[in-house]
Design a protein around this ligand. Sequence first.
Ligand SMILES: [Mg+2]
Length: 211
Amino acid sequence: MSRIEMVISDFGGVLTTPLVEAFLSVQDRVGIPPKTFGEALRAISEQEGTNPLFELECGRITEREFESQLADALEPLLGHRPVIQEFGLLLFEALEPNPGMLDLIREVRRDGIRTALLTNNVKEWEPKWRSMFPVDELFETVVDSAFVGCRKPDPRIYQLTLERVELEPEQCIFIDDMQINVDAANELGLHAVHFRETAQARAEVHSLLKG
Ligand SMILES: [Mg+2]
């Protein structure tokens, strides 16, 4: 069995406070009930044949295009056209770093373990998420869906990450808060940790590293 050489972490919901809460706070500030927000996303998906959030995360549409598609779809549902601007700005105002997980990254690095970040993200949001913690100090490699044109759980983005760091799947731990992303990593042979809360994820990573 090969030794674990690297920890690959997700960003949103692992290194930050939960994303769901942040999304709810944006919907609240824009004045859209969460149910309606979901309905609008489904309406766009049906019309376009693609989920607008996924398109945004693969860098195929801009944040501005996303916002206007969303406003178009929300208008008939709400009876008025909502003002959706700076979606990312509002989202990031509601997100905080998760110190316990950032400490874990520092701890494993101190023990000689390499670290990478694998994130489904948005091009326009890069300055915002990068200002939340010293990304380049904590991670040798960043793979961002919006810049590579595919997103988790697509196996290609995991394979691309492994190629960049020149490691085999079994040499890596992967941490993510979404079951579907964890399942995809497991299928490829990475040691996947499903983040549910900080203490649990920290314990699982430490235990995998102890072998
Ligand atoms: Mg996440």
